[in-house]
Ligand binder design. Sequence first.
Ligand code: ADP
Ligand code: MG
Length: 288
Amino acid sequence: MNAPVTDSAVSAATSVPTASLAQRLDAEPWYRPQGDELAQFSAAAAAGLPVMLKGPTGCGKSRLVEHMAWRLGRPLVTVACNEDMTAADLVGRFLLDATGTRWQDGPLAQAARLGAVCYLDEVVEARADTTVVIHALTDHRRSLPMDKKGELLQAHPDFLLVISFNPGYQNLSKELKPSTRQRFVALDLDYPDAATEAAIVSGETGLDADRAARLVQIAQASRRLRGQGLREGMSTRLLVYAARLLLQGLPWASACRTALVQPVSDDATLQQALLDTVMALGEPASAS
Ligand SMILES: Nc1ncnc2c1ncn2[C@@H]1O[C@H](COP(=O)(O)OP(=O)(O)O)[C@@H](O)[C@H]1O
Ligand SMILES: [Mg+2]
């Protein structure tokens, strides 16, 4: 679905390396809104404001960014952040090759030059000294200081920075500094209401509405166990997995055990409680 940006697509940006990290989305990534997040995201993009997406795992944050990049007609550069990531991983570095040294833009620099959407996924995983490199890009300066290269990169007008994180996982050592987070407008996402979530599962996989609604009920029961042994309830992503297994012909109990119960817990008692819910909500007679 996602083809790397071709040379012609980036012809306006002459200094972009040939091995571009940017993806241009040529088919619409389907996104079913849970509220007015599309209008909010569009307004932020039009106003040139950076966007922070908050929400539990598998609730649709990445899909929303993909959908918006497609809507805006901008390439998408995604970076999965981790604690070993350095500022150079984002900004760029000199590489040694047969002909000597050459500069290689990092994903953030590429996106800023190209006018892409740059998505820093799970940004709290990155160390604070790494996160600081986004500061000048997120205020009126819209620039990226590339000290090693001796360049102050002025961001393309279409450049849009988006970060995401899961507030449920946060502890004090992994929290965005106020000076970082207050540079973004924030969209709070969560698992949607039951009808919307069932529509997502059906729309994404083609599963019938009846079974989709039952899967959502199982997920909702698991989410009520959050904090009582479960760190996080079943995500929309797992419901999509369960639907795909059902459509492969796996029986209800087996599909739900593999896609829903076992991924969220290793605890035998908890697994049994969740399996009881799976069986209580059983497969509708018509679909078996
Ligand atoms: N609103 C939505 N519209 C369409 N699909 C969705 C939506 N929310 C979740 N999904 C489905 O759930 C999966 C996980 O969503 P994703 O965006 O990757 O979650 P996150 O980035 O929040 O962890 C997607 O691949 C998609 O199948
Ligand atoms: Mg994601």
